[in-house]
Design a protein. Structure first.
Length: 368
């Protein structure tokens, strides 16, 4: 055949060949990945799964490009900024939502606080920061998200393979179809956004219906958050953080000591970092950096460190603490934010219009 491009038939043939050459290769399912096949066989040996059943479920999942995009650090990392981070969680919507959530679930919050020693405002603030009180629990298929990260994201493959295993065990234990469970791009599930391993270790049936349901039961979410913190060393009645004053920038070694409390307050005072607290206390020095602004310095106690076990970020833990304080005191940075009835006696409270009856009777659903 004459393949001169001026020949109409030849031109058509060349166009078709070019299109085929540039066509994207079909995305194969995870069931075709040898590493996934080995993973399924291993779970069969160690946990009694049926490997063919698992591979059938993996056959209905594909690598998720959006998950990989979200998990990767930005190519040009933004400078840390407490000034940008804080308003995402300390705002009128989160505070108003927290007041309503607290009043609606007061009975279970009191019960959880009495049982585990964690203040109600901390439980409410974590749920508020994580999912805005159950409104935003994630729309990714957890099996697909975890498989993508376990087999297509080498930097954290070991961690996510463990979580994938935990998720499959969790699904079996709770008679869940793993293909239908939704969560975050990283595989966190439900109102409190527990990873599967954390759900199996720390979640509790707090509404007494003989099952743990972190996606549908607010009561289970409340009890599970409190137990998670208690199990990680929450100290009832002890402080969380206190702001510090400094003589200029502190010694970098004090920050390099890490987020786990190891520094004596008196030692810090000798080095120009002062706070109104027990000089014999053991703390960590926390820096809340914002570009072109003075850095805020805080002393973090053991309970601050415990909050970072939920999310290993000082910005996260400080957001939880400050949102909790706003809910408890009715003020942000000393400025009242009305109406804030939480700190008042129950009889004096004026419930927001969105709030339902106080106390807890049976199972309630999130996101209302």
């Amino acid at each position: 055949m004459n393949l001169n491009p001026k020949n109409p038939l030849a031109a058509l043939l060349l166009a078709c060949c070019t299109a085929l050459g540039h066509a994207a290769a079909p995305v194969v399912s995870f069931a075709d990945d040898p590493a996934v096949i080995d993973f399924a066989r291993d779970l069969e040996q160690r946990h009694g799964f049926n490997a063919d059943t698992l591979l059938g479920q993996f056959a209905e999942t594909r690598p998720n490009a959006k998950v990989l995009q979200l998990i990767k650090p930005p190519s040009s990392p933004l400078q840390r900024s407490w000034e940008r981070y804080r308003p995402r969680f300390l705002n009128d919507r989160r505070i108003d939502g927290g007041v309503g959530f607290w009043l609606e679930n007061e009975g279970q919050l009191i019960k959880a606080s009495a049982l585990y020693g964690v203040p109600p405002e901390i439980i409410v603030a974590i749920i508020g920061v994580e999912t805005e009180y159950g409104r935003n629990t994630g729309g990714f298929r957890v099996l697909e998200a975890l498989a993508t990260l376990a087999f297509k994201y080498p930097p954290r493959a070991e961690f996510f393979r463990t979580e994938l295993e935990q998720f499959l065990l969790l699904s079996r234990e709770n008679n869940l179809d793993p293909l239908t469970v939704k969560g975050s791009f990283a595989g966190a599930i439900g109102i409190p956004q527990f990873m599967p391993g954390s759900q199996r270790r720390y979640a509790v049936d707090f509404d007494g219906d003989q099952r743990v349901d972190l996606s549908g039961s607010v009561d289970d979410a409340i009890g599970s958050v409190a137990r998670f913190l208690e199990q990680h060393g929450w100290q009832t009645g002890q402080p969380i953080a206190v702001q510090a004053a400094t003589n200029g920038a502190p010694d970098p070694a004090l920050l390099q000591a890490g987020i786990r409390p190891s520094l004596k307050v008196a030692e810090l005072a000798d080095k120009g970092v002062r706070a109104d607290t027990d000089p014999q206390g053991t703390v960590a020095l926390i820096d809340l950096v914002s570009p072109n602004k003075d850095t805020e310095y805080w002393l973090g106690f053991d309970n601050f460190y415990v909050i970072t076990r939920y999310n290993r970020s000082s910005f996260y833990a400080m957001s939880v603490f400050q949102l909790a304080e706003a809910l408890r005191t009715g003020a942000v940075d000393g400025v009242p934010v009305a109406p804030r009835p939480i700190g008042a006696p129950a009889a004096a409270r004026t419930k927001p219009a969105a709030a339902a009856k106080s106390g807890s009777r049976g199972k309630r659903r999130a996101g209302g």
